[in-house]
Design a protein around this ligand. Sequence first.
Ligand code: NAP
Length: 266
Amino acid sequence: MSALLILGGTADARELAGVLHGRGVPVVSSLAGRVAAPRLPPGEVRIGGFGGPEGLERWLVEHDVFAVVDATHPFAARMSASAFEACASAGVPLLRLERPGWRERPGDRWHWVDDVEAAADAVGGLGPRALLALGRQQVAAFAGVDSTWFLIRSVGPPDPPLPPRHELLLDRGPFTVSGELGVLDEHRIDVVVTRDSGGDQIAAKLDAARQRGLPVVVVRRPAAASTAAVTTVAEAAAWVSSQDDRSAAPDEFSRAGSPKPSGTGG
Ligand code: NAP
């Protein structure tokens, strides 16, 4: 039986799998396998890389995939590029589901940079004690920064090398503003480093930094391939309905509207 493939590892991907599974759509969710105890979505789950775009293309054909939703994290650029290439080669429709980036608000003191290396260059000039709220694969970019003490917060242990002066805080959120204020105050943080991941679950650090008047170094999203894209689970579910009659929910597609082409993704 043909199935929808969701490239996952995000809360949106889990939610979409739940919605579609509940409607009887055969869904396979794919996870990279980086997290020891991942939160699993409803429905079938496969874990591990496909072996690049060629491997993914083979997988799409062998599993008779009728469409793909790329709901990976905004900074999972390799997987998204691979999906774009494989779907084009296999002739399988692809949709990008990506939550919007964060927007600056009055009182924010954000410093936008293009990548984590630029963030590492910038942080020393902004304060001696930094909260590093990044993916565990990005921490190594700060290994050469010895002028700053880091509170490194990540879901799992960060990949070495690590900056010489640091403390680890393993936590995956969601976080609250009062909790984040407590972290900033307890560790006497004077600068926050984050990527523009977007979404509500981890945005509390931005509110907390604003309340304390702290600068925030924000890493821009990587450029994305130009494919059809939506920002909400409802829109993605509607798109799947348009690709597969089994998942149709009355009126949903007309409510959500048509997907729009994406730009740079961030
Ligand atoms: P990445 O750099 O774009 O991917 C590296 C390789 O990992 C890909 O080429 C692919 O291997 C494999 N891979 C990635 N996502 C996969 C998926 N959903 N299913 C199967 N294979 C996958 O990605 P990443 O930044 O390491 O992120 C890995 C996963 O963690 C993603 O699912 C992402 O949604 C999730 N995540 C990432 C972040 C982050 O900060 N980047 C944050 C939260 C969640 P092959 O080439 O062999 O297919």
